[in-house]
Design a protein around this ligand. Structure first.
Ligand code: UD1
Length: 418
């Protein structure tokens, strides 16, 4: 198991070429089996979640190859509708395989989904919506079995704008008989990306990005070559890292509107932010004020996937902050690790009360989940002295070449085999 050894205190300068969005590429990979024709997803990031998803597609009988940064999927020979527990245990995304498996085979069997250990993560919204599309569902031995004679379009109202459920419904409705109207849909940019991908295959999907998505079922879906959107969470992570360390960093490939609330919060911290076309530039003195309050919300609110990184920033700033986590109830598990670095944070339920200590200090910490792990790396980059971040397997799930990119900005970070 690898670890990072980080010597804090270096300013960060330079440009970051963003990877394609993890949360876009995973549903696109799931969507690839909707057709028997060739699907090419360009610029796929080398992260372990993508490798795991590729393995799942292979298990179904698809041929998946990585070539020149692209992923090529040929699923003409795919015959299986079952995903084993070994693979679902590692990743949550197989849950949206339900939609594409049902479209392709009219049946699906998956083990109960895994992913980061950040809360209950029920899938009731997914299952209720599938029922409305004509799917029969039974649960046994930790597995979910879904079956339908055919999928029928329906009017579906989501009680909560779940990202995964919205995607699943889109995947189940693209070839359903008739029209599906999904109200209360999630509005995340990755859902717009999925709509664009499906339409490029010949689907008729409209409205993504708003809370009503309309899907007119089509008979056939064809071959597609698609370049996914860039990763707004990766961009946010690097912007926060620069804010903490001081310096000047520019990300390219993503418009500021994808991160509006984060950019507002970074200005509150005292950073200068410039956006132009698809570039976001941050200038930071490294001496930051706390945000009074950050509350995670579905898009366009503050992303839960940047909550931990923002808390790390506030932990080393001047003043006090209240961080409210509305999406995942146990998403403060990284806090005891930040406390080892001198952070003054009290967690009560969904709230974290942060008293900024200006400077954190180095320590030996463990990355227990993906974004919490990124937060520890950020804290370490801004801290006095040396930090070891142990267990990089979670960070590897979502950040391609995290060390290389940080190093190119001037960070002192090594990856060491333990
Ligand atoms: C996706 C993202 C994840 C991000 C999250 C919220 C991917 C691969 N992952 O996860 O990085 O943190 O959106 O932006 O895109 N819920 C239910 N019942 C359901 C489904 C969800 O109660 O059937 C609840 C969840 O417990 C959670 C909230 O809804 O409290 C948000 O979940 P959801 O939007 O579905 O997140 P994911 O799709 O799992």
């Amino acid at each position: 198991m690898d670890k990072y050894v980080i010597d804090g205190g270096r300013r960060l300068f330079g440009a970051v070429a963003l990877q394609s969005a993890k949360n876009s590429v995973l549903p696109l990979l799931a969507a690839s089996i909707l057709t028997e024709k060739r699907v090419v997803i360009r610029d796929t990031p080398q992260i372990s979640d993508v490798l795991c998803m590729a393995q799942i597609l292979r298990e179904l009988g698809a041929d998946v190859r990585f070539s020149g940064g692209n992923t090529i999927i040929e699923s003409a020979d795919a015959t299986s509708h079952e995903i084993s527990s070994v693979l679902t245990g590692e990743l949550r995304s197989p849950v949206f395989m339900l939609g594409s498996l049902l479209t392709r085979f009219h049946r699906a069997l998956i083990a109960y989904p895994g992913g980061c250990d950040i809360g209950l993560r029920p899938i009731d919204l997914h299952l209720n919506a599938l029922k409305q599309l004509g799917v029969g569902i039974s649960e046994r031995d930790g597995c979910i079995f879904c079956e339908c004679e055919k999928l029928r379009g329906a009017e579906i109202l989501l009680d909560f704008p779940s990202v995964g459920a919205t995607e699943n419904i889109m995947l189940a409705a693209v070839k359903a008989e008739g029209r599906t109207v999904l109200a209360g849909a999630a509005k995340e940019p990755e859902i717009v990306d999925l709509q664009n991908f499906l339409n490029a295959m010949g689907a008729k999907v409209a409205g993504a990005g708003s809370d009503v998505i309309e899907i007119e079922g089509v008979q056939e879906l064809g071959s597609v070559t698609y370049k996914p959107m860039k990763d707004r969470i990766e961009a946010g992570t690097f912007l926060i890292a620069c804010a903490v360390c001081g310096g000047e960093v520019e990300t390219s490939g993503l418009k500021g509107e994808n991160l509006r609330l984060l950019l507002h919060k970074l200005r509150e911290n005292g950073c200068k932010i410039h956006t132009k076309n698809d570039k976001i530039r941050i200038e930071s003195s490294g001496r930051l004020r706390c945000n009074r309050r950050i509350e995670t919300m579905p898009f366009p609110g503050f992303p839960t996937d940047l909550q931990a990184q923002a808390t790390a920033l506030n932990a080393g700033a001047d003043g006090g902050a209240l961080i409210v986590e509305n999406l995942f109830e146990t998403r403060f598990k990284y806090v005891p690790e930040l406390q080892k670095m001198g952070a003054d944070i009290q967690v009560k339920g969904r709230n974290a009360f942060v008293r900024g200590v200006r400077k954190l200090h180095g320590a030996s910490v463990v990355a227990g989940d993906l974004r919490g792990g990124a937060a520890l790396v950020i804290a370490a980059l801004g801290a006095e002295g040396r930090t070891e971040v142990l267990d990089l397997s979670h960070i590897d799930r979502g950040y391609a070449d995290f060390r290389g990119k940080l190093k190119s900005l001037g960070a002192e970070i090594r990856r060491v085999r333990v």
